[in-house]
Ligand binder design. Structure first.
Ligand SMILES: NC(=O)c1ccc[n+]([C@@H]2O[C@H](COP(=O)([O-])OP(=O)(O)OC[C@H]3O[C@@H](n4cnc5c(N)ncnc54)[C@H](O)[C@@H]3O)[C@@H](O)[C@H]2O)c1
Ligand SMILES: O=C(O)C(=O)C[C@]1(C(=O)O)C=C[C@@H](O)C=C1
Length: 367
């Protein structure tokens, strides 16, 4: 498609959308604006945008699509300000905020002026921030939730989807309040739980400093998202207070139930508690694709000698197969170690598996 796209907020999400749009629509002009000039310059240097904005107010006059990719309270503020500006009547305006109810209420100001606002939320991301972490493939296979204003026609929704087709995401229309309840449960609430877990370890660390060094896989998996940007998560929490308050009360009840099981020393009930959770989680579609961007892991049985990692990475690099992470899992006591390699896509994992099985004697498996 040809036309002018204006992206406001050139961080992880704005940057990744810029790359995905550039990949699919190389003839489009992509003007980027960020209040942090360094991010804006970096976005231009990384080819995420074709042009830096000199005046956002002037640029939106000629835009075909405007994407607001700032933290949600800034998005609310920007909507209030921009709704007083002159915006091209054919422009489609969207955002990427993790909450939708308050943003859609504010965006009503656009509808009153006859402009099309379609709330958006790509359900993939990372604990990393900034344009340097942006990737064109960040949203591949993830759900991309849309909350169009009731006055917006289907044609405008289709145009937005066409502009965003390079994300390779799966679009789904939801009601703003249902959006905030669902994402509250599976995204916002887990962030509070992860931070609370880290707080608990921090307190214990004062008595027993060894705990930080011993915190291994389980803690790392559960606490990764506690390293996310506090500004972003403060804003999300402030936008979804009622839903989160209710979920935290339910969580306290759930934890009281577990304390009871321990007090009763009820080993069967404790087994069932883990078993039921395992069954449900193992059958969740998100493990394959979707809300949580899954990494595609491959495991290789390798002799645990120095140099084995560079041997494997060398083979993969020669075939231009990108990897996200590689490490030896120190869980085995015999002479073999298990090398765990994470790929960003299923296709990369398939190629990685073929490369290692044909070029080495090592056994490869996928869990
Ligand atoms: N990080 C994730 O995993 C994720 C996933 C989906 C959606 N989101 C949503 O995407 C939005 C952006 O998140 P991110 O992870 O890209 O954050 P980020 O911190 O990487 O980027 C945000 C950018 O917005 C800029 N900015 C802030 N206020 C601005 C303003 N008033 N005008 C212009 N620029 C401004 C900042 O300088 C920064 O460069 C948030 O609303 C977040 O809720 C995040
Ligand atoms: O993978 C992560 O680090 C994320 O936190 C991504 C995540 C999520 O909670 O799943 C975070 C916020 C979003 O609005 C969507 C996705």
């Amino acid at each position: 498609m040809k036309g002018t796209v204006v992206i406001v907020g050139l961080g992880l999400i704005g940057g990744s959308l810029g790359l995905a749009i550039r990949r699919e629509h190389p003839d489009a002009t992509i003007i980027g604006y960020d209040r942090n000039e360094k991010e804006m310059r970096l976005a231009k240097a990384m080819d995420v945008i074709t042009k830096e904005s000199i005046s956002l107010k002037e640029d939106v006059k000629k835009a075909d699509m405007i994407l607001l990719c700032t933290p949600v309270t800034q998005t609310e503020r920007l909507i209030a300000e921009m709704s007083t500006w002159v915006i091209s009547p054919q422009a489609i305006i969207s955002d990427v905020g993790s909450t939708k109810k308050r943003i859609m209420q504010e965006a009503n100001a656009f509808s009153r002026k006859g402009l099309s606002f379609i709330g958006g939320h790509p359900m993939a991301g990372s604990h990393k921030s900034g344009v340097s972490a942006a990737k064109a493939i960040l949203f591949e296979n993830a759900f991309y939730l849309l909350t169009p204003e009731p006055s917006v026609d289907k044609e405008a929704v289709d145009t937005l989807k066409a502009w965003l087709s390079g994300t390779k995401a799966k679009f789904l229309i939801v009601e703003p309040s249902a959006h905030d309840e669902i994402t509250g449960m599976v995204s916002h609430f887990p962030h509070i739980v992860a931070s609370s877990l880290v707080h608990q370890v921090k307190k214990y660390h004062q008595q027993q400093p060894l705990v930080s060094s011993l915190a291994a896989g389980g803690f790392r998996d559960l606490s990764r998202i506690a390293s996310s940007d506090p500004t972003m998560w403060r804003d999300i929490t402030m936008h979804n207070l009622d839903v989160l308050r209710e979920l935290l009360i339910q969580w306290q009840e759930e934890m009281s139930h577990v304390v009871e099981l321990l007090d009763e020393q009820n080993s069967e009930a404790i087994y069932n508690y883990f078993e039921e959770a395992k069954q449900f989680r193992d059958n969740m579609p998100i493990l394959h694709k979707g809300a949580i961007p899954s990494f595609y892991d491959l495991f290789v049985d390798v002799p645990d000698y120095p140099g084995v990692i560079s041997e494997i990475t060398g083979l993969l690099a020669r075939e231009a197969i990108s990897i996200v992470n590689i490490r030896i899992m120190e869980t085995r006591e015999d002479i073999y170690g298990v090398l765990s390699i994470s790929f960003q896509t299923e296709e990369d994992r398939r190629r990685g598996e073929a490369c290692i099985t044909t070029k080495t004697p090592y056994e490869v498996f996928i869990v």
